[in-house]
Design a protein around this ligand. Structure first.
Ligand code: SAM
Length: 287
């Protein structure tokens, strides 16, 4: 058993260091070695690969990532945790960086840690208050991630993996579909964390691949975001502000819908990624 998940080690370490968990940073530490091992085995790190971790906490995942990968760069916002990690986990194969992962330039930090473009895997038990922006940042990063294994709130896992037509589908689901093939790797009960969060969790595995969609990325996601901006409205209405921004008229939208054989009265959640791509390309013709 690795000591970092041993509840008595965790409680003793926190007591010795005068550390108490902070709700505002989404601190729920993993205290179940079985779950840690399943996450690590899902990441399947090879000796030449680098791991990027967001929110190492007390290092439950970090120690394993350092053991298996060429190197792990772990980004932690909490100064007191960074002090503990520097004493317990940092080493030739583990760099601890202190700061806000959302605002950080990951490519620069990796290079400073010695990364030279090796394949990357994101492995993290994410702080739940920032899950969506962090997953979006990772997907949009242009870094050579081959996979992402992330623990998220169960509802977010459902949204990440939702299919068109489902009530849970949204921008996050389309971002996942655009960049990756996703699967639910593991359901995780709240009892394996200290303190136990108010929600259940799930581990999602995303296997990155080149996009299969040919509409320009930024325009495509502008259309998807606008479509879901007011998800109860028809697409004809929800896309209005974007049309104005692009200098298009409502008739252009009607024409585009006609061309690709879609009903403008439909709602964003009914469309597939391919529909959004076709719609974007039609609209761009008029810009
Ligand atoms: N990985 C540890 C584990 O599994 O036991 C801790 C996971 S805990 C759910 C989330 C961690 O993210 C905490 O250590 C928290 O301090 C850290 N965190 C919160 N916001 C952050 C941010 N903006 N940037 C980097 N780390 C952050």
């Amino acid at each position: 058993m690795s000591h970092t998940t041993n509840p008595s080690y965790v409680t003793r370490l926190m007591k010795e260091r005068g550390f108490s968990t902070k709700k505002r940073f989404g601190q729920n530490f993993l205290i179940d070695q079985n779950i840690v091992e399943r996450i690590i085995s899902c990441a399947n790190l090879q000796a030449h690969e680098w791991a990027l971790e967001i929110g190492p906490g007390l290092g439950a995942l970090t120690v394993h990532l350092a053991r298996q990968a060429a190197h792990v760069l772990a980004m932690e916002i909490d100064t007191s945790l960074v002090a503990i990690l520097k004493d317990t986990v940092a080493g030739p194969k583990a760099t601890i960086w202190e700061g806000d992962a959302l605002g950080a330039n990951w490519g620069e930090l990796l290079q400073e840690a010695g990364w030279q473009g090796q394949p990357l895997k994101l492995v993290a038990n994410l702080p739940y208050y920032l899950t969506t922006p962090l997953v979006m940042k990772a997907l949009e990063s242009d870094l050579p991630f081959t996979s992402m294994v992330v623990m998220v709130q169960k509802e977010v896992a459902t949204r990440m993996l939702a299919s068109p037509g489902s009530k849970d589908v949204g921008v996050l689901s389309f971002a996942v579909q655009y960049y990756a093939t996703g699967r639910l790797a593991l359901n995780v009960p709240r009892t394996v964390f200290l303190p136990a969060p108010a929600v259940d969790s799930a581990v999602v595995e995303l296997t990155l691949r080149p996009p299969t969609i040919d509409a320009p990325r930024d325009a495509l996601f502008a259309v998807i975001r606008a479509g879901f901006g007011q998800r109860r409205k028809t697409l004809r209405n929800s896309l209005k502000p974007l049309l104005e921004e692009w200098g298009l008229e409502p008739e252009d939208l009607d024409q585009a819908f006609q061309k690709i054989d879609l009903d403008p009265q439909t709602r964003a959640e009914r469309l597939s990624l391919e529909d959004f791509s076709a719609l974007t390309k039609e609209l761009l013709k008029g810009v």
